[in-house]
Design a protein around this ligand. Sequence first.
Ligand SMILES: Nc1ncnc2c1ncn2[C@@H]1O[C@H](COP(=O)(O)OP(=O)(O)OP(=O)(O)O)[C@@H](O)[C@H]1O
Ligand SMILES: [Mg+2]
Length: 251
Amino acid sequence: MEKHKIIQVRDLTVGYGTDIILENISFDVLEGEIFIVLGGSGCGKSTLLKHLIGLIPPLSGQINIDGEELSNCDETAFKNILRKIGVLYQSTALFGSMTIAENVSLPIKEYTDLPQRSVDTLVKMKLNMVNLKGYENHLPSEISGGMRKRAGLARAMALNPKILFFDEPSAGLDPVTSVELDNLIIHLNKSLGTTMVIVTHELQSIFNVAHRVIMLDKQTKGIIAEGNPEHLKDHSENLFVRNFFNRKSEN
Ligand SMILES: Nc1ncnc2c1ncn2[C@@H]1O[C@H](COP(=O)(O)OP(=O)(O)OP(=O)(O)O)[C@@H](O)[C@H]1O
Ligand SMILES: [Mg+2]
């Protein structure tokens, strides 16, 4: 059976003012896959992500998230979409004056009217899921960088999103912690079936986690490779793409 296209991007053009960053790109993200957006610094990965979560409207083109057209939806439809997605920002964006548990409870309180006891139970479950049991009452400054990422992940997953977006999840992490985070991402994807869209320019984790990737290119403002990284490594028609995968995978 063909997999559901949970995100459909068609002829998307994005940019700032008159500065076009990506032009006429089209791709699909399939339900349940780990999809990685890669490419060099400044090629527009974060910009694309911001469009996919509705933070910035496109210059032209369509973005469809699980059946809802993002570009021309009303407020109710937009809220509906937001309810289905979770985002882990590069900086984690945890509130420094709130405990880890309070941080994770924020979206639950905002989007549901569950009594406090149920919120507490949910928060505990989410923190267990990312191996942060026992850290409920710590402040973000009292835990390590890797733990903060996991706390951010717990918050992003608080409402059981169908799609999780990550911008540079391993940025600022040491290699070991970074591998641990990759393994957690793989585990959550397998156990919950959550679709993961991960933006990165680091290649180390791509072969470990990605089912499919797209590679963006600053020069052509387009997609220069799309598919499974192991396949692209040997079979991409683009020499730059082959070199890119081979260089890093030998490290
Ligand atoms: N708010 C903004 N206003 C104007 N230009 C911007 C803005 N944000 C990004 N840009 C420009 O858009 C281009 C793409 O930036 P973007 O942050 O999407 O790249 P990136 O692929 O995420 O890079 P990196 O790997 O360094 O994070 C860059 O040239 C950047 O200077
Ligand atoms: Mg970026």
